[in-house]
Write a protein of this length. Structure first.
Ligand code: P1T
Length: 383
């Protein structure tokens, strides 16, 4: 057999082996907090489940393999994974982050880590010169989200990694919106890939979980130390559900992309729609980078109805029947959200609007239902 398997095989087999006890094909849910020892330290590699758990370990190996990385670490949520990355830093250090990013990441940066003496610069990364301009002697980390939540800006990971390497900075990429099916940031020179596996990786809206994937052994060791010392790990049941999700990631993503395309094109032609943000559209400002960096363009998009204000946008969302009004994204079912009052409400209005998150912006997570049914739902809701 070939050494290097292809992505559609890696999702199912990557890093996995049948359970040694009874040959179970799926890793069993090892619902245990601790493991018997014959003498202190006399154990089979597992001591205590905050440190290691066989189901979590199976997931971590799978996560590493789907990102083409060496080490995977799983956490209790995406934010817990981001929290672990920031704990690599010290008071006085500085971070350069995308200015359009998940509101919860912004809240963690500004409301928790700024209090511990870490400074954040939020810049538009479509122009990488903005990153270079913000670098100084205290800069330690570049935090990239691409595509961004919710404006769907695409950042050129390779170009940012050249800057990061030149200045000896860590580059972390939140790959939640793309999933490893669409892009593998380590291949473009990122040091850390982060996921809210709650989204496409889990894929069924039934689990909250976070992930980090790295290649460097020393960095992995520091992150494993933080994971164990801070303790924000995921449980065995959630690890199992996420592993099950990964096995169909490639198939789900294909359909998310197909449906994303037909809905983006439908909305883009609709006389009552002002603007559609989806990187697959030729007029998208980062379409050229998206085409080279991403395998396809995904199922996330945002749009602004013509002449709409806060109330008009909410009315459209409330009219939707197949799209469920809810936070989150990346599950098999379509969701609609209002970033200004939901996922991005923790960003001050002035800051939010600077990056385009206006009151009339609607965000869609396009699921894997029949695309025509989704279009008919949007048609009746827009009116
Ligand atoms: O929710 P959690 O698993 O902790 O992941 C946080 C997170 C991190 N990064 C990105 C890009 C995200 O979109 C999220 C979570 N986002 C939503 C809940 C949302 O509806 O946008």
């Amino acid at each position: 057999m070939k050494n290097k398997l292809r992505f559609n095989t890696i999702t199912i087999h990557g890093g996995q082996s049948h359970d040694p006890a009874y040959g179970a094909v799926m890793p069993p849910i090892y619902q245990t907090s601790t493991y018997a020892q014959t003498t202190p330290g006399g154990h089979k590699g597992f001591e205590y489940s905050r440190t290691h758990n066989p189901t979590r370990q199976a997931l971590e190996k799978s996560l590493a393999s789907i990102e083409n990385g060496k080490h995977g670490l799983a956490f209790g949520s995406g934010l817990a994974a981001i929290d672990a990355v920031l704990k690599l830093l010290e008071p006085g250090d500085e971070v350069i982050s995308t200015n359009d990013l998940y509101g919860g990441s912004y809240r963690l940066f500004t409301k928790i880590f700024e209090g511990f003496g870490i400074k954040f610069h939020f810049v538009g990364m479509s122009d990488v010169n903005e990153i270079t301009n913000a670098i100084n002697k205290k800069t330690k980390l570049i935090w990239v989200e691409t595509p961004t939540n919710p404006m769907m800006n695409v950042v050129d990971i390779k170009a940012v990694s050249v800057i990061a390497k030149k200045h000896q900075l860590l580059l972390a990429v939140d790959n939640t919106f793309a999933s490893p099916h669409l892009q593998q940031p380590l291949n473009f020179g990122a040091d850390i890939v982060m996921h809210s596996a709650t989204k496409y990786i889990g894929g069924h809206s039934d689990v909250v979980l976070g992930a980090l994937i790295v290649n460097d052994d020393n960095l992995a060791e520091r992150l494993f130390f933080i994971q164990n010392a801070s303790g924000a790990v995921c449980g065995p049941m959630d690890s199992f559900l996420t592993l099950r999700g990964i096995k169909t990631l490639h198939v789900r993503m294909q359909r998310h992309c197909e449906n994303g395309k037909i809905i983006a094109e439908y909305l883009n032609k609709h006389p009552k729609i002002e603007k559609v943000y989806w990187p697959g559209l030729e007029e998208h400002p980062n379409h050229a980078i998206a085409k080279t960096q991403m395998r396809d363009f995904g199922g996330m998009l945002s749009f602004i109805p013509k002449g709409a204000d806060f109330d008009a946008a909410i009315k459209i969302i409330e009219n939707l029947k197949l799209f469920t009004l809810a936070e989150s994204l990346g599950g098999v079912e379509s969701l609609a959200g209002h970033p200004a009052s939901m996922t991005h409400a923790s960003i001050p209005k002035k800051e939010r609007e600077k990056s385009g998150v206006v009151d009339s912006l609607i965000r869609l997570s396009v699921g894997i239902e029949d695309g025509q049914d989704l279009i008919e739902d949007l048609e009746q809701a827009i009116g």
